[in-house]
Design a protein around this ligand. Structure first.
Ligand code: PMP
Length: 287
């Protein structure tokens, strides 16, 4: 059975699913998105992603297209129709369709809603996590509102491509102070020389990762020492361990930064344990 997408109230085969050429998502990247990990056929960190979606929409003054409950039904149905047990569900909401003009259309059009889902090979992902992965660093070139999860991802796309070309899985943005902000599609972490877990604080211009938030709660519960404090690429190289988090990778250990090894170049015990704990927590709380 082929994949199906939800588009504005109906399900259609991917090849036929489409939005208008005058959709403001297409014309101006005037829209937001969310991604939930699907674990055992259920939505991971569901509430956090819904809350962030509602905030992103509010920040862009896009009226929510439906209630959270209705949206949850659509997400679940998309997961079910695509037979996803382990994977991702993607939601995009744009300001809608209107003749091309930069300012908001008045009256406001109905927002466009697209939902897709696909399976991931969790065994292959586990194997990647066992081996550890590489990141590169790139200059921060994004706008000042990275806290809003908009579909305007061109700097992220270019950074990710640069990473891919260098044989790395992710690019870490480094701001004008020389501090890592986050990855192109993940949050960045280290276990520093002193053994403290460190990730950028949310006062900085980063996305407030939902995986990051849940992991912080897991760390607190486990009594681990955590500092929401920035680090430099050099500190990452001198760190004991590094890793990234996000709905896509869950938690992926990083063993190389810009071609240099982190710690002993092997996946460390903290990242390994945290990956297990996060996945346990996410599976337990999935809805
Ligand atoms: N930062 C950026 C720029 C991202 O695109 C993502 C992935 N959505 C993340 C961080 C991680 O966020 P989350 O844990 O909510 O998936």
């Amino acid at each position: 059975m082929g994949r199906v997408a939800y588009v504005n109230g109906r399900f259609a085969p991917h090849g036929e699913a489409a939005v208008s050429v005058e959709d403001r998502g297409y014309q101006f990247a005037d829209g937001v998105y969310e991604v939930w990990a699907v674990l055992g056929g259920r939505l991971a960190d569901a509430d956090g992603h819904f809350q962030r979606l509602e905030r992103s929409l509010r920040e862009l003054k896009i009226v929510p297209p439906m209630t959270r409950a209705a949206l949850e039904v659509v997400l679940r149905e998309t997961v079910r129709r695509n037979r996803v047990r382990e994977g991702l569900v993607y939601l995009q909401v744009t300001r809608g369709v209107a003749p091309r003009d930069h300012a908001f259309p008045s009256p406001a059009p109905r927002p466009s809603v697209v939902v897709t889902a696909h399976s991931v090979d969790r065994a292959a992902a586990d194997a990647r996590a066992e081996a550890g992965a590489a990141v590169i660093t790139v200059p921060e070139t994004r706008w000042a509102r990275c806290d809003i999860k908009t579909v305007a991802l061109l700097p992220n796309v270019l950074a990710k491509q640069q990473a891919r070309a260098a044989g790395a899985v992710e690019a870490w943005f480094v701001d004008e102070l020389g501090l890592v902000t986050e990855g192109a599609s993940s949050n960045a972490w280290i276990v520093d020389k002193a053994g403290a877990l460190r990730t950028r604080d949310t006062q900085a211009n980063i996305l407030r990762g939902i995986t990051r938030g849940t992991l912080l709660r897991v760390m607190a519960r486990e009594g681990l020492k955590v500092e929401e404090r920035p680090f430099t690429p050099q500190e990452a190289l001198e760190a004991r361990e590094a890793f990234i988090t996000g709905a896509g990778t869950l938690l992926l250990p990083i063993v190389r930064v810009d071609g240099h090894t982190v710690g002993n170049g092997k996946v460390g015990p903290v990242a390994k344990q945290l990956r297990r704990l996060y996945i346990e927590e996410a599976r337990r709380t999935a809805v």
